[in-house]
Design a protein around this ligand. Structure first.
Ligand SMILES: Cc1cc2nc3c(=O)[nH]c(=O)nc-3n(C[C@H](O)[C@H](O)[C@H](O)COP(=O)(O)O)c2cc1C
Length: 363
């Protein structure tokens, strides 16, 4: 985007201008007092870099490999529900933007576009599917199979919901989905004709999900299964014990359990527990290339961004998504070079130290 925003915060302001109050609060808000929502962002700022100098950094690449495939940057698009409420082209534009930036997109179960249409909008792109488990196992399987048939390469089972978090902005606004908006794959799997409200949808989900169910899903699934929403070393170990190919360190962008640990704080113990045995992803509060570099140095293979990509989508459709991702890629490339690294894999804990308490900033 020529003369467009120069950072994610400026995209956020553009999105705020474009969206009505209800959708804006649904997308931007978190649970309870929004402590975790804020801390996700500020916790990355509790680390400082220990750059190494006088390494030849003429040729810096941000390219990486995630789940056996290449990406132009270790920054992927997180699953976000109801994207046609942000932009009329919704998930199709999100996928096109991610593919244009050379990275993968994870589609939400609560997508307003069917997986095959998302794949058709970005045939060169890499697509993953986020799965919510439903009480009716047939619904869960139908959703998963539809995505795999459309060429989706991995399934991320979300473990930190249901129940849905206490989103007070939505309650205050009496927020409901626009009438014309539906989740066509879910509606088809449920076998009903009418669009489902957010409350109806959460009520249909399986509140009794356990590690044994993850194991069943992983063994029934022809593509790798990752568990999204892990915040402790104990659960990361259990995920691997039950057949997961990896975990996503996530607190759902602060939308579920308020005062759950910020992901930048949870990541080190999980990286230590996994010790490179499985794919390790993290999301929550990533707004700068330096946040990405910090996550990689702490041991993540890649990060996901939820709201930043959403702000790009709301501001300028697929082009906006690509522009946000490209900004993060450029910032990461510059951070790598200034740290004396020529590739993301060269970052390690030796590049980090804790910020002095008095200098912790809050964005
Ligand atoms: C509006 C919104 C909707 C979301 N919908 C889903 C979803 O359907 N499934 C899911 O697993 N995570 C969902 N998430 C969580 C994201 O996948 C991701 O964990 C979170 O957005 C990361 O934090 P960030 O927004 O600070 O990058 C949603 C997040 C937002 C902001």
């Amino acid at each position: 985007m020529e003369n467009g925003p120069v950072n994610v915060a400026e995209f956020e302001r553009l999105a705020a201008e474009k969206l009505e109050r209800g959708p804006w609060d649904y997308f931007a808000g978190g649970a309870g007092d929004e402590v975790t929502l804020r801390e996700n962002v500020s916790a990355w700022g509790r680390w400082r870099l220990r750059p190494r100098v006088l390494n030849d950094v003429r040729e810096v690449s941000t390219a990486a490999e995630v789940l056996g495939g290449p990406v132009a940057m270790p920054v992927l698009v997180a699953p976000v529900a109801y994207q046609r409420m942000a932009h009329p082209d919704g998930e199709a534009a999100m996928a096109a933007g991610a593919a244009a930036a050379g990275t993968a997109m994870c589609l939400s179960t609560l997508s307003t576009t069917r997986p095959a249409d998302v794949a058709a909008a970005a045939p060169q792109g890499r697509h993953w599917f986020q799965l919510y488990a439903f009480r009716d196992e047939g619904v869960t399987r139908a959703l998963m199979e539809e995505a795999i048939e459309a060429g989706f390469e991995a399934v991320l089972v979300t473990a930190d919901a249901p129940p849905g978090g206490n989103r007070e902005r939505d309650r205050r606004n009496r927020f409901t989905l626009p009438r014309e908006l539906g989740t066509p794959s879910l509606t088809a799997a449920v076998g009903g004709g009418r669009a489902l409200s957010i409350e109806d949808t959460f009520a249909l989900m399986d509140h009794a999900l356990t590690w044994a169910d993850v194991e069943d899903l992983a063994s029934a699934c022809s593509v790798p299964v990752l568990v999204k929403g892990v915040l402790t070393a104990e659960d990361a170990e259990l995920a691997l014990d039950h057949g997961a190919a990896g975990v996503v360190v996530s607190n759902h962008g602060g939308r579920q359990l308020d005062r759950s640990v910020a992901t930048a704080e949870a990541l080190p113990e999980i990286a230590d527990a996994l010790a490179g045995r499985a794919t390790l992803l993290v999301d929550g509060g990533i707004r700068r290339g330096v946040d990405v570099a910090t996550a990689l140095a702490l041991g993540a293979d890649a990060v996901l961004v939820g709201r930043p990509a959403l702000w790009g989508l709301a501001a300028a459709g697929g082009e906006g998504v690509a522009a946000v991702l490209e900004l993060l890629r450029e910032e990461l490339g510059l951070t790598l070079a200034l740290c004396g690294c020529t590739a993301p894999s060269q970052l390690s804990r030796s590049h980090l130290r804790r910020a002095p308490a008095a200098s912790v900033y809050s964005v």
